[in-house]
Design a binder for this molecule. Structure first.
Ligand code: ADP
Length: 175
């Protein structure tokens, strides 16, 4: 039986999954990093739909179509900006994963891909972020049959190593 969580190195905009998650900002009007990459591939219709959403609070998640992306849907979430670790950052990051997964289940999505939320421009320490991500995904999959599989897409080698380590230190969930 294949594991329900996998970690790969790659570009999230190229993933053939039902939904990809965007590490967006509160405006949902596009930004740098993975957000910029997603909007570039999806095309201007994504921005037009995002304009109708009135932004997104930190920790929340909103869904749009994927337009020119291989993924049919984009789930936009806003991770916390790292300040000093004492402003609720860890819980807010956990809530991002939970809300994205809940939205995917609500839409009956079978496959979803996450980037490493908050660890780029938002400065969340990678080791801690990887532990939170894997823990939250594992806990969600343990109680819900959807999504069937979750892919964590790491853009570079150090990110890939951290998420792989986090996943290896847990017991894999099977179908
Ligand atoms: P945040 O503002 O939430 O920190 P960033 O986009 O700055 O978001 O960074 C989040 C992570 O996304 C970083 O690890 C960055 O390397 C990664 N990233 C950037 N472009 C892509 C991409 N095309 N596919 C997957 N991950 C990406």
């Amino acid at each position: 039986m294949p594991a329900r969580i996998r970690v790969i190195q790659g570009d999230i905009t190229q993933q053939q999954v039902d939904a990809i998650v965007n590490a967006a900002n509160n405006s949902l009007l596009g930004g740098g990093g993975v957000d910029g990459a997603i909007h570039r591939v999806a095309g201007p219709a994504l921005l037009a739909e995002c304009r109708q959403l009135n932004g997104c609070a930190t920790g929340e998640a909103k869904i749009t179509r994927g337009y020119n992306l291989p993924a049919k849907w984009v789930i936009h979430t806003v991770g916390p900006v790292w300040q000093n670790g004492e402003q609720g950052e860890a819980e807010l990051l956990a809530v991002c994963y939970r809300n994205c997964l809940a939205l995917a289940a609500q839409y009956s999505l079978r496959t979803i891909a996450f980037p490493s939320i908050s660890t780029g421009a938002y400065g969340f320490p990678l080791v801690q972020a990887a532990k939170i991500a894997v823990r939250e995904i594992q806990s969600f999959l343990a109680i819900d049959s959807l999504p069937k599989t979750v892919t964590i897409v790491c853009f570079n080698d150090s990110v890939y190593q951290q998420y792989s380590n986090s996943l290896d230190s847990t017991i894999p969930l099977k179908d």
